[in-house]
Ligand binder design. Structure first.
Ligand SMILES: Nc1nc2c(ncn2[C@@H]2O[C@H](COP(=O)(O)OP(=O)(O)OP(=O)(O)O)[C@@H](O)[C@H]2O)c(=O)[nH]1
Ligand SMILES: Nc1nc2c(ncn2[C@@H]2O[C@H](COP(=O)(O)OP(=O)(O)OP(=O)(O)O)[C@@H](O)[C@H]2O)c(=O)[nH]1
Length: 449
C-alpha cells in the first residue's frame, strides 16, 4: 500500500504552511513560496506519534477564473483533495468563518474523504468564538489549534488515528526486506484451468510435498516465493479450495475465493485453458479484475496441447483486443504449468504489469498531451456550448487514476472519454492496466464561460 496522504487545505494566510512545517518538522514549506507558473504543491513525509503519512501543503484556495494562474492552482488543490486519504481543513479562528471558507468547505465535502477541521491561531484560548462558528461548515467538530505554538497536536493525533486508513499488517511486515517489498500475485481461473499445477511448478516439488497440510497455518492465504531475486507472495488458491471442500460449500466459496484472490493481489494472472479459451466465466473474471483495479496478465495454459501454436496465439491475441477493450494491450503469455514452460515469460509480464500499474506521470506532461489531444479532436458542444477541458492530472496510481477539470464534463460522451483513456494509454505507455478517470466540473462561481 502507498503511504497514506494527508492534504492541508484552506484559504490563504490561515496558517497552512506553518502547520505543514510543524508536521514535517523542518522549514521546508518556506523554501519555494513564490507564486509562479510552476509552483507545485509541497510534500513531505511525516512521522507523528507512530503514524506515518505523506502531507501535501496546497496553495491557498482562492476564488478565481479557471484560466488564471490562481484558477490553475485551485484545480491543483482540488486534485490534491481527490488524491488525499484525509483532508486537514484549516480556518483562521481569529478571523472567523468567511464566505470563502464556506465555498471551499463545500468543495472539500464533495470529495467524500474524511475531513479534520482545524481552527488555527487559537493559542491561549484566543478565537474561541471563531472555533464555534466553524461548526457551521458542516465538517464536524473543529479542533482549536495553534500551528505556531503547537497547541492541539494531541487532538489532531487522535483525529488522524480515527481517519487514516488502517495499515495492512501483513504488508507492513514485508516492507523493505531483502529484494524489496513482496509483490502480491494471484492466479485465478475457471475450475480445471490448471492453477494448482502451475503454482506447484512455480514453488517447486519440495514445496508441493510440504503443502498446506503439513504445517502451514490454515489461515495463511499466501505462499512466499522468489523469482530472480524478487520476493513474490502467491495467493494460495489451492489451500483455499481444500478448505472449501472441508466446509462443503464449494460453489459459494469458489466465487468468493476468486474475489478474495483478486483483492489480495496487486497483479492477477487470469489463467485460461488454451484449448477452451474465453468462456463466459473467463470474461467475468477479467471484468472483476478491472473493476477491482488490479494489474492483469493473461496466461494461456496447456500450450503443450496446442497443435498450431503460432496460429492460435495470433488468433487469441486478436480475441483479447476485441473482447477486452477495457484492458487494451494486456500481456498474453502462452505456457504450460505441467511442463514448466513459459513461467519465466509469465513472471516477466507480471512484473511489467505491476510497473505499469504503479506508474506516475507528471502533471506537465499530461497537460502537454491534453492540449494536443483536444486540438486534434475537440470535445463536442452541448446545447450550443462547447465542453471545455482545462486541466488534467494524475491523482493516484495502482491503478493509474486521472482527473479532468473543466466545464459541463458530465455531458462528455462516453466515446470521448474512451478517446481520452486510449490516448493516455498510448502517450504514457500504460498497456493492459485498468485506467480510472474522474471528471470534475468546475464549481467556480466566477467562471462565466
Ligand atoms: N497567531 C498565530 N499566527 C499564526 C499561526 N499559524 C500561522 N500564523 C501566522 O499566519 C500567517 C500565515 O501563515 P502561513 O502558514 O504562511 O499561511 P498559509 O495558509 O500557508 O498561507 P498561503 O501560503 O498564503 O496560503 C503567518 O504570519 C503566520 O505566522 C498560529 O497558530 N497563531
Ligand atoms: N496438458 C496439460 N495439462 C495440464 C496443464 N496444467 C494442468 N493440466 C491438467 O489439467 C487438470 C486440472 O489442473 P489443476 O491444476 O488441478 O487445475 P485447477 O485450475 O487448479 O483446477 P480446480 O482445482 O478445479 O480449480 C489436471 O488434470 C492437470 O494435470 C498443462 O499445462 N498442460
Amino acid at each position: 500500500m502507498d503511504m497514506p496522504t494527508v492534504a492541508i487545505v484552506g484559504r490563504p494566510n490561515v496558517g497552512k504552511s506553518t502547520l505543514f512545517n510543524r508536521l514535517v518538522g523542518r522549514k521546508l514549506a518556506l523554501v519555494d513560496d513564490r507564486p509562479g507558473v510552476t509552483r507545485d504543491r509541497r510534500e513531505g513525509d511525516v512521522a507523528f506519534g507512530g503514524l506515518h503519512f505523506r502531507v501535501i501543503d496546497t496553495a491557498g484556495l482562492e476564488e478565481a477564473d479557471d484560466d488564471t494562474l490562481t484558477g490553475r492552482m485551485r484545480m491543483q488543490t482540488e486534485a490534491a483533495i481527490l488524491a488525499a486519504d484525509v483532508v486537514l481543513f484549516v480556518i483562521d479562528a481569529r478571523a472567523g468563518v468567511l464566505p470563502a471558507d464556506q465555498s471551499f468547505a463545500e468543495l472539500t465535502r464533495r470529495a467524500g474523504c474524511p475531513v479534520i477541521l482545524i481552527a488555527n491561531k487559537a493559542e491561549g484560548g484566543a478565537g474561541m468564538s471563531g472555533a464555534y462558528e466553524a461548526f457551521s461548515l458542516g465538517l464536524g467538530d473543529p479542533i482549536p489549534f495553534s500551528a505556531e505554538h503547537g497547541e492541539g497536536l494531541g487532538e489532531l493525533h487522535n483525529a488522524l488515528i480515527e481517519s487514516l486508513p488502517k495499515p495492512d499488517t501483513d504488508e507492513e511486515e514485508d516492507e523493505d526486506g531483502p529484494g524489496g517489498r513482496s509483490l502480491r500475485v494471484a492466479i485465478v481461473g475457471r475450475p480445471n484451468a490448471g492453477k494448482s499445477t502451475l503454482i506447484n511448478n512455480m514453488l517447486g516439488e519440495e514445496r508441493l510435498l510440504v503443502g498446506p497440510e503439513a504445517g502451514i497455518t490454515r489461515d495463511s492465504i499466501s505462499l512466499d516465493w522468489e523469482w530472480r531475486g524478487r520476493r513474490i507472495k502467491l495467493h494460495d488458491t489451492a489451500g483455499m479450495r481444500r478448505r472449501a471442500r472441508i466446509d462443503d460449500k464449494l460453489e459459494k466459496l469458489a466465487v468468493s475465493d476468486g474475489l478474495r484472490a483478486v483483492r489480495f493481489a496487486e497483479v492477477v494472472v487470469v489463467l485460461l485453458d488454451a484449448t477452451i479459451p474465453f468462456e463466459k466465466q473467463d470474461l467475468t473474471i477479467v471484468d472483476l479484475v478491472e473493476s477491482e483495479g488490479r494489474a492483469l496478465v493473461i496466461g494461456l495454459n496447456k500450450w503443450d496441447l496446442v497443435a498450431d501454436q503460432p496460429g492460435l496465439l495470433k488468433q487469441l491475441r486478436e480475441d483479447c483486443t476485441r473482447l477486452l477493450p477495457q484492458v487494451r494491450g494486456v500481456s498474453v503469455v502462452p505456457l504450460s504449468g505441467l511442463a514448466g514452460e513459459g513461467i519465466d515469460k509469465l513472471m516477466q509480464a507480471v512484473v511489467g504489469a505491476s510497473e505499469v500499474w504503479d506508474r506516475r506521470v507528471s502533471t506537465s506532461r499530461i497537460n502537454d498531451w491534453l492540449g494536443d489531444a483536444l486540438s486534434r479532436n475537440p470535445p463536442p458542444a452541448v446545447s450550443g456550448r462547447r465542453i471545455k477541458i482545462r486541466y488534467a492530472t494524475q491523482v493516484k496510481s495502482r491503478p493509474p487514476h486521472f482527473a479532468l477539470f473543466g466545464n459541463q464534463l458530465d455531458a462528455l460522451p462516453k466515446s470521448y472519454t474512451r478517446y481520452l483513456v486510449n490516448g493516455l494509454r498510448e502517450a504514457f505507455d500504460l498497456p493492459g492496466t485498468p485506467i480510472r478517470l474522474s471528471l470534475r466540473t468546475s464549481q467556480n462561481p466566477f467562471d462565466k464561460s
